[in-house]
Write a protein that binds this ligand. Sequence first.
Ligand SMILES: [Zn+2]
Length: 164
Amino acid sequence: MPLLLNIETLANGPVQLKGELSPEELGMETLDELVEADEPLDYDLTVERAGDNILLQGQITMRLQCECARCLRAFEHRVELQGWSCLLPLNGDEKIELINNSGDLTPYLREDTFLAFPQHPLCEPGCDGSPKLAWGESKPLKITEASGKTNEASVWSKLDNLNL
Ligand SMILES: [Zn+2]
């Protein structure tokens, strides 16, 4: 089901819209091969008439399967638009297209969600690109080695201070 709104239902006040749009309904094509949008988009919106406009307010969330641009590790990224709002004019050049008083809200949700996609997905801020699974075990060893030397040095300097 695309997200259709019959504007006549707004005559009695705000309407709650809550549900999800499947990837097929969204027809979302990501240009970046590191980002996959194959899970539904969740919406929880309040819709009301505001003069000659329709006002959408609420939140949109969507989970994306990403691949880190630096280390290629797969991870999940959550797009969360809290306090999202959108004003749809009923008149003028930018007006929402209505068929039998119903308009499809899907493109408006799709556009802003798409704009919130990560442009350069990273598994964590400041990922240095080293393959973590292969090298993770050797790193602590180096640190131990280095700190061992430091201890040794401080032991010698303590001995020096004793003035034996
Ligand atoms: Zn990474």
